[in-house]
Design a binder for this molecule. Structure first.
Ligand code: SAM
Ligand code: DTB
Ligand code: SF4
Length: 336
């Protein structure tokens, strides 16, 4: 088939995929059809879906804080906080509620509407969770939305977080089932689904995404999105992380992903989860302004805002404000 008729055939297949926005169970093949579209066609479709459900010029801004850094017993191959890898991240004590409130206040004063607290745990012990509950209550009192990512939850823990006023719980599926074993051995994807079920059952908003740029194929990226989009219901928030390569981790030295392929991943996330907040997450520091602009066009409508993610860098707040101004983007209000 020549290129023009190949593109036409792909577009027809994509039409039938996109027209059916009631799709509640996606197949990997359907999402591959989207991924394989000519770039302009894919972005046009994704931007259309974005506009149907959101103000396309509004971006939600969350600030992250590591409330317990390093020393993690897990073996996630991308993570600088795993105790077993020799990285520059040290095992630190958990922060106090006062330290967290000071950081949240500073983030709020710079324009963040959501504050996300991350801990390098397999899962929280009850006395650790007790302190997190105090943090959640205190951050909420500042008028911010709250999110936590603490690892796997045991029976009753999601309910305690909900009761304290937590808005979102982040727990990522990370990659497609067939690739998962290459990246992590200390917890299964079923374990992750189990925590996601608990979070959903407790009435918390679900924040669940993954990482690309770990040496996976396009099909694997499609399969990751299928795994997330087929959660019933799909998550309210979907962070798409580009691997931040950290020296000392097993994935350091992986071939970098083509930035345009990252944009495609954002577009496919937008089309498969039309009403979710799609977050352009880790990896922005290494991204050009042009690629970030394409990500916003492709339907990303949330970012991590502030000079640091958990342990690695993020663009400076001032630079992000400038970029948003150049693109005519504005901050999405709290609760939007
Ligand atoms: N320890 C908890 C857990 O893993 O569930 C919570 C914190 S963990 C750091 C949260 C997420 O950050 C991971 O699931 C992963 O998707 C992402 N992440 C960690 N290191 C990363 C890296 N180097 N590059 C991109 N994303 C990363
Ligand atoms: C998510 O999906 N990405 C954020 C947040 N959820 C917790 C974490 C990114 C971490 C990047 C590596 C680091 O800074 O340690
Ligand atoms: Fe630990 Fe989370 Fe890092 Fe995995 S991603 S090593 S669980 S901190």
């Amino acid at each position: 088939m020549d290129t023009i008729s190949h593109n036409a055939a792909t577009a027809v297949a994509a039409d039938s995929v996109v027209a059916n926005d009631k799709i509640s169970r996606w197949s990997v093949e359907q999402v591959e059809v989207l991924f394989n579209l000519p770039f302009n066609d894919l972005l046009y479709r994704a931007a259309g879906v974005h506009r149907e459900h959101f103000d396309p010029n509004a971006v939600q801004m969350s600030t992250l804080l590591s409330i317990k850094t390093g020393g993690c017993p897990e073996d996630c191959g991308y993570c600088p906080q795993a105790a077993r890898y020799h990285t520059s991240v040290e095992n630190e004590d958990m922060l106090s509620v006062d330290e967290v409130v000071a950081a949240a206040r500073a983030a709020r004063d710079k324009g963040a509407t959501r504050f996300c607290m991350g801990a390098a745990w397999r899962g929280p012990k009850q006395r650790e969770l007790d302190r997190v509950l105090g943090m959640v209550r205190a951050v909420r009192e500042l008028g911010m939305e709250t999110c936590a990512t603490l690892g796997m939850l045991k029976e009753g823990q999601a309910e305690q977080l909900k009761e304290a006023g937590l808005d979102y719980y982040n727990h990522n599926l990370d990659t497609a089932p067939e690739f998962y074993g290459n990246i992590i051995s200390t917890r299964t994807q079923d374990d992750r689904h189990d925590t996601l079920d608990k979070v959903r059952a407790a009435g918390l908003n679900v924040c669940c995404g993954g990482i690309v740029g770990m040496g996976e194929s396009r099909r694997t990226r499609a399969a990751l999105l299928v795994e997330i989009a087929n959660l019933d219901p799909y998550p309210e928030s979907v962070p798409i992380n580009n691997l931040v390569q950290v020296e000392g981790t097993p994935l350091h030295g992986t071939d970098a992903l083509d930035p345009l392929e990252f944009v495609r991943t954002i577009a496919c996330a937008r089309i498969t989860m039309p009403k979710a907040m799609v977050r352009l997450s880790a990896g922005r520091q290494a991204m050009s302004d042009g690629i970030q602009a394409l990500c916003f066009l492709a339907g990303a409508n949330s970012i991590f805002y502030g000079d640091k993610l958990l342990t690695t860098g993020n663009p400076e707040a001032e630079r992000d404000r400038e970029l948003m101004q150049r693109l005519g983007l504005h901050a999405m209000g709290s609760g939007a």
